[in-house]
Design a protein around this ligand. Structure first.
Ligand SMILES: [Zn+2]
Length: 298
């Protein structure tokens, strides 16, 4: 079975993207895993600081490791948007496969300095952990919003290359027209996010020209805030050089709608595992659809 690093190298070579989906509880994990297994595709599970506090940092790591071993399946765990060194160290010690150190709310100089420090600290615990850093601002919450957050700006190939070279990260998350969360118009289906596919290509070219870091990484990119992106742009983004694509808000929405449906259909039921199936199925269907797009299937 491939490691996460090998999985990313393979996806990069084929210009497809590994799907990254967030969970807060086991029902969502069940739906996500069912979709990935159906398609026999590798999988990254993400837990933000809030999500992993809820599940338990070590519990989350133990669950994913146990599934990987039980099913012999390439399923990996990412500490999504980790804002402090302390929480990055906690995730590294718990056995996470990937850690996103996100200080992108700070000016670039400070972002570089702090990320570099985090890379050294994580590598000292386990050099096999894949480390991602983030530049630019794309909003901070996986929520449904009335309007886009202010100060969203696009990253440049120059700052991307500088960030990767100076920090030594394995993966870069740039701002390329993507945004965390969903607008109400996107939920209604009357609007979509618009990615700058040409910019993705240019940033990819700039970082691919750098020498690989000591772990053989440094040339991969992640698209955050994938929810609400137009179908064809997912495939184009992967082809242009996005090796990981994150989807979270859409799954949260499907979870809520599914739970509401379960409660409506079974007003007297109290067993959670009998109420949750519509939520699990809703999540499974979205993940299957997205994974096909990330891999140019259909
Ligand atoms: Zn994100």
């Amino acid at each position: 079975m491939k490691t996460l690093r090998e999985t990313l190298a393979d996806a990069d070579a084929r210009r497809v993207a590994v799907g990254h989906f967030n969970i807060s509880e086991l029902g969502a994990l069940k739906g996500i895993f069912a979709a990935a297994r159906e398609l026999q595709l590798p999988l990254l599970i993400g837990v933000s600081e809030g999500e992993r506090e809820f599940i338990g940092v070590r519990t989350a790591a133990a669950i994913i490791k146990s599934m990987r071993e039980e099913y012999g399946y390439p399923i990996f765990l990412n500490a999504d948007h980790t804002h402090s060194l302390e929480k990055a160290i906690e995730a590294a010690k718990a056995g996470f496969d990937e850690i996103i150190f996100d200080n992108s709310s700070l000016p670039l100089e400070e972002d570089i300095r702090n990320t570099k420090e985090a890379v050294a600290a994580i590598r000292a615990i386990d050099p096999s952990i894949v480390i991602e850093g983030e530049i630019g601002y794309i909003g901070a919450n996986s929520e449904v919003m009335d309007a886009a957050p202010e100060h969203i700006a696009l990253s440049t190939p120059e700052e991307a290359a500088r960030f990767v070279a100076e920090t030594g990260v394995d993966v870069l998350a740039p701002a390329v027209g993507n945004m965390h969360g969903l607008l109400k118009t996107m939920v209604a289906g009357t609007a979509h996010k618009e990615l700058d596919i040409a910019l993705i290509g240019k940033i990819k070219e700039a970082i691919a020209a750098l020498p690989a870091n000591a772990q053989g990484g440094g040339r991969w990119m992640t698209l955050h805030g994938g929810s609400g992106t137009e179908d064809r742009e997912f495939t184009e983004a992967a082809k242009a050089g996005m090796t990981i694509i994150h989807v979270s808000s859409e799954l949260r929405l499907a979870w809520r709608r599914g739970v509401e449906q379960g409660l409506r259909e079974m007003p007297d039921e109290i067993a959670p595992y009998k109420i949750l199936p519509p939520a699990i199925e809703g999540i499974r269907a979205i993940v299957a659809d997205r994974l096909k797009l990330f891999n140019g299937l259909e």
